[in-house]
Design a binder for this molecule. Structure first.
Ligand code: SF4
Ligand code: SF4
Length: 441
């Protein structure tokens, strides 16, 4: 099945050849993990009452919980002793409460970790409970709790579940490798979601720069009547929720609306595997596949890493950084977050660690807008980035709101194409934050 393209978007240099042929290898168990209690969109967790400094914990044991519906519990990713509970640097930029565990060298599973039962016998509400208890969030980077997406309101009928294998961010290849190495687990996870939602069919969307993954997934679903693979044109941000849904189903998510408003739920390939692991083995989400890449890394790799491992240790396991490294990013170059230091833990949403050198980082002063409209053409949601950014610069946030700044999902296409190197996305992000603040007031 082929597809049409969405409007706007860009074609950056992808650089995926650095790691796309590298099989996922498991990083050695760290001697210490620092596990933030906020690793998802929604209410942060609190440490469980029994989790205090000095107590032993096992791998997979729940250590943090929240009573909020939009939240996901946190589990120990190694066995050992809790040695600290307190604020620690976080990839999002501000310190967050975290639980430090020093390894006992045993790496023993908690007794509670056991298979949940056969899919055929599980009811939708039981599936949702298993997914929630496993602390599964969207592994594409959005970190939205997975059980929430599997619990639509009674008046919203979901008929299509989309599995996102687009991986449109340059450099990142973790999802590509997961599709090559865990295709059966992806399809099983999709079936679990279809059952939980009472949906009719599943669609797996993959960009056409991952031909081998398309072939593998087509092969694995060849006997499935209600699951198809869709070949997506390679264009950034093809993997963004709205773009993917539009291309895969022909339906448009309304401005300010959600995919479930048009009968669609969308999950990442890694999330599907995590759901499979939770059902089949009872494993909570304590590790993830991520790509360590960029010209600044000595030995780029795709790694399976325990949540809470410090980024500095992950980099060390890849031979460390070259002296020419200029910029460290968690995620990809378009939507990732620049880090002042590698002293932050890997969290559930860490899809990649990217080290750019002085050759990659083009530092230029912004110059005045020349009204070329390239940013307008590139915007996949048809906003006027230049007008919103100018409104933000002059603190005219009401004006920015009228220009639909809230619909910007910060893909970075406008900044990428701007010949005047204006930091459009950054200004729009400021406008969005101010609009939210004003609404709260
Ligand atoms: S305005 Fe927002 S959505 Fe549009 S291109 Fe810029 S960052 Fe992307
Ligand atoms: S791309 Fe840059 S220079 Fe061109 S209109 Fe937009 S802001 Fe102005």
């Amino acid at each position: 099945m082929s597809n049409t393209v969405f409007k706007g978007g860009v074609h950056p240099d992808y650089h995926k050849e650095m790691t796309d042929s590298m099989a996922v290898t498991e990083m050695k168990v760290p001697e210490r993990v620092i596990i933030p209690l906020q690793q998802h969109i929604g209410a942060p967790c609190e440490p469980l009452e029994a989790i205090v400094v000095g107590v032993p914990v096992k791998k997979g044991q729940k250590i943090g919980e929240s009573s909020g519906f939009v939240s996901a519990p946190i589990h120990a990713s190694i066995s050992g002793i809790v040695t600290a509970i307190g604020p620690y640097s976080h990839p999002l930029g501000r310190p967050v409460q975290a639980i430090t565990i020093e390894s006992d060298g045993e790496d023993l599973w908690d007794d509670q970790v056991k298979p949940a039962g056969e899919l055929e016998k599980l009811k939708p509400e039981e599936i949702r409970k298993i997914v929630r208890e496993a602390g599964i969030v969207g592994l594409g980077g959005a970190t939205f709790p997975a059980h929430v997406k599997l619990s639509p309101p009674a008046d919203k009928k979901i008929d299509i579940v989309i599995i996102n294998g687009a991986e449109c961010e340059p450099y990142l290849t973790a999802d590509h490798r997961v599709m090559l190495e865990k295709p059966e687990e992806i399809v099983f996870g999709l079936k679990v979601m279809i059952k939980a939602l009472g949906a009719e069919k599943g669609v797996i969307g993959i960009e056409d720069n991952k031909d081998d993954a398309i072939r593998v997934m087509e092969q694995i679903i060849s006997e499935e009547e209600n699951i198809s693979v869709i070949r997506l044109h390679t264009k950034y941000p093809q993997g963004a929720e709205k773009m993917l849904i539009q291309v895969a189903t022909g339906r448009k998510v309304p401005a300010g609306g959600l995919p479930l408003d048009i009968g669609v739920v969308n999950h990442n390939v890694g999330t599907a595997v995590a759901i499979t692991n939770a059902l089949r083995e009872g494993k909570p989400l304590i590790e993830r596949v991520l790509t360590v890449t960029g010209a600044g890394v000595n030995r780029p790799a795709n790694l399976l890493v325990r949540v809470g491992t410090l980024v500095s240790e992950v980099l060390e396991s890849c031979g460390g950084l070259k002296d020419t490294t200029q910029k460290l990013i968690i995620g990809g170059p378009m939507m990732g977050l620049a880090q002042p230091s590698p002293d932050v833990p890997v969290i559930k949403g860490t899809s990649g660690i990217l080290a750019l050198t002085d050759q990659d980082v083009y530092l230029a002063e912004s110059s005045p807008c020349i009204r070329c409209a390239k940013c307008v053409d590139a915007c996949p949601v048809q906003l006027l980035p230049t007008a919103i950014a100018q409104a933000a610069e002059h603190e005219l946030f009401k004006q920015a709101e009228k220009l639909h700044a809230a619909d910007c999902f910060e893909c970075g296409c406008c900044s990428y194409v701007c010949p005047s190197k204006i930091l459009l996305t950054q200004w729009i992000r400021i406008a969005k934050a101010e609009i939210i603040k004003a609404k709260k007031r």
